[in-house]
Design a protein around this ligand. Structure first.
Ligand code: F6R
Length: 610
């Protein structure tokens, strides 16, 4: 949600910033901009434009910026103020000496703005961000670091900031609370960015700036401080993923590439977590006794991660017989949930920066619960605030629609459920043994589904004209239906509802006629016959049925207009195998509709605002 990049070094700031900013476009793409300090005239200059970064690039080609070695840049996901040029970052003070880029929301901007206007500051945008630069300029008396330091102490809300000033043409300033910001340590050049992929081509040496920290960067130095100006010893981490991981590598879209990465993701998770007949939950930081003492699990997450959590509820309850509650984080944080010391809160998040999930975690900790997270991004805010973390290590997910992160989260919840079950029943039940054996087959099953993607693409194309979709599933595949619907609606803008098939008759069946497509998740299971009855009810009302069924199931054929087969697996693992065709159906419909698969309208990858 908004991407920031800043550069100071020996190379051309404009080309470094533009190249890096493109890697962050998944965070927002309403408008973008670059501000630099002219290396010769020591004056600030900028370009910004509405829409995607390609618009900014065209503008820079037509009207190049002067040579520079210091600059900041931004790609925006609008919160305060329309997505237009006026509201695009960087924003500047009245004297146009100081420029800033910002990710986050300033909650007290209205009162600050009133005071600043009274003092003569001239505002030109509708953003909350603009108050920050005017505030810095209000404190400015020749020392940009101290002015920024004084300003950030007055701000309430969340922010990651990049600041430059034409009086300090060799210095870049960064600060953060609540929104992610990293520092890339290079060779005679240094960077700030919202996320690692932006700068990975230049350096893999990363400082994860913490909440309440600021930094000054020159081409040869990085110094980190707290907001009181006290120096802080910062740790430099080396990230291990390669530049390839953040490129399309011949695929048409990141989403398709990430769908194809799933067999490898599951394979590495199995290697890391399955140790003979045991499961390793390294990173959880809870002893077996502490796990045994857990009386209640509470899962919090948003969007796709919430759907993974729903699968988790079914499997933890089934395997460990421990009650599991689940809330979307935005509800949890404001409804005074019942949790105590015997509750284990599990926060699930791909990015680890989702504002609502972070707030839910803080709420849970205030109430005395232990919090563990299932997270993909190393060093993210969520990880830092949790007592323990289970990394999915699925690699960077760039496509806005989550795919490999989802299946990795579900897989991790299986590991958790098995561990819980083994702790409660030391000999390990036959069920967990069967499951572990079946889990080992999953990467090969995924590969075989991917081999049949042409057939899935055909089904998707044949049905892409429907103006409305329903996704139905029961029991452990009810979350699969919700996730299938979310995937489709977010990347094709076709209204799609996920429903528990048994709930159809209580309302949604009114929607069914020959103009609706209904995707029925109906793998072999104990409730197969119940699903068939539900499918017949839809058929009787002329709904067009796309069934996702188990290979070899002939019974389904007369009931469905199209059947997509998935390989047979353990019944509890079916959410993991049906996820793949659901992702592919959404993908191919989106492509057929000519939509922007990786950057669907109004969305951003990392939702760092409430
Ligand atoms: C949908 C999607 C979103 C995210 C949600 C939570 O495809 O990606 O629904 O799942 O915004 O994001 P994280 O997992 O980063 O907390």
């Amino acid at each position: 949600m908004c991407g920031i990049v800043g550069y100071v070094g020996h190379q051309s700031a404009v080309s470094m910033l533009l190249n890096s900013l493109k890697k962050l476009e998944y965070r927002g793409y309403d408008s973008s901009g670059i501000g630099i300090v002219d290396a010769n005239k020591r004056k600030i200059a900028f370009r910004k434009d509405q829409g995607k970064i390609s618009n900014l690039e065209k503008m820079l080609n037509a009207r190049p910026l002067p040579e520079s070695h210091l600059g900041i840049s931004h790609t925006r996901w609008a919160t305060h103020g329309a997505p237009n040029k006026k509201n695009a970052h960087p924003h500047f003070d009245t004297s146009k000496k100081i420029f800033i880029v910002h990710n986050g929301i300033i909650e007290n901007y209205e009162s600050l703005k009133k005071d600043l206007i009274k003092k003569g500051h001239k505002f030109i945008s509708d953003t909350d961000t603009e108050v920050i630069v005017h505030l810095i300029s209000d404190f400015y008396n020749g020392d940009i670091f101290h002015a920024t330091q004084k300003a950030v102490k007055k701000l309430r809300g969340a922010f990651a900031l990049g600041v430059i000033c034409e009086d300090s043409p060799e210095q870049l300033i960064a600060a953060r609370i609540g929104s992610p910001l990293i520092i890339g340590v290079g060779d005679h050049e240094n960077f700030i960015a919202s996320d690692v992929p932006a700068i990975l081509e230049s350096t893999n040496k990363i400082i994860y700036l913490k909440d309440g920290q600021m930094a000054t960067l020159t081409s040869d130095r990085v110094d980190v401080f707290d907001f009181d100006g006290k120096p802080v010893k910062a740790k430099v981490d080396e990230v291990t993923f390669s530049v390839d991981a953040v490129q399309k590598q011949g695929f048409d879209h990141f989403m398709l590439k990430e769908i194809h990465e799933q067999p490898a993701v599951l394979e590495q998770m199995l290697k890391a977590r399955l140790k003979g007949s045991k499961v390793s939950l390294e990173g959880l930081h809870l002893t077996d006794q502490q796990l045994k003492d857990v009386e209640h699990v509470f899962i919090v997450a948003c969007g796709t991660a919430y759907h993974a959590g729903l699968v988790g509820k079914y499997i933890i309850e089934k395997l460990a017989r421990t009650p599991v509650s689940i809330d979307v984080s935005s509800e949890f944080r404001y409804r005074d949930p019942i949790i105590d010391k015997k509750t284990l809160v599990v926060a699930i998040s791909q990015s680890g920066e989702t504002a609502d999930t972070l707030a839910a975690v803080r709420e849970a900790k205030n109430k005395g619960a232990k919090v563990v997270s299932i997270c993909n991004v190393v060093g993210s805010s969520l990880v830092r605030e949790s007592d323990g973390v289970l990394y999915t290590h699925a690699g960077p997910e760039i496509g806005v629609a989550s795919t490999k992160a989802y299946t990795a989260q579900v897989m991790m919840l299986f590991f958790m459920a098995i561990k819980f079950s083994q702790i409660k029943n030391e000999k390990g039940s036959a069920l967990t043994k069967d499951l572990m054996a079946a889990m080992k087959e999953l990467p090969a099953l995924y590969t075989s589904i991917l081999k049949s993607k042409r057939g899935i693409a055909q089904v998707a194309r044949k049905n892409s004209h429907f103006g409305c979709f329903l996704f139905l599933g029961r029991n452990i595949n009810f979350p699969s239906a919700l996730e299938g619907a979310l995937k489709l609606k977010e990347i094709s803008y076709i209204p799609a509802e996920g429903y528990a098939a048994g709930e159809m008759k209580h309302g949604p069946i009114a929607l069914i006629d020959e103009y609706r497509a209904v995707v029925c998740v109906v793998p072999q299971s104990d409730i197969y016959e119940k699903m068939i009855s539900n499918i017949q009810e839809i058929k009787a009302r002329k709904g067009k049925i796309i069934a996702i069924a188990t290979e070899g199931d002939q019974q389904i054929k007369p009931h469905a207009n199209h059947v997509v087969y998935v390989p047979r697996t353990h019944e509890l693992l079916t959410p993991l195998v049906v996820a793949l065709p659901l992702q592919l159906i959404a993908y191919y419909i989106s492509v057929q509709q000519g939509c922007d698969v990786d950057q669907p309208r109004n969305l951003a990858k990392s939702v760092t605002v409430e």
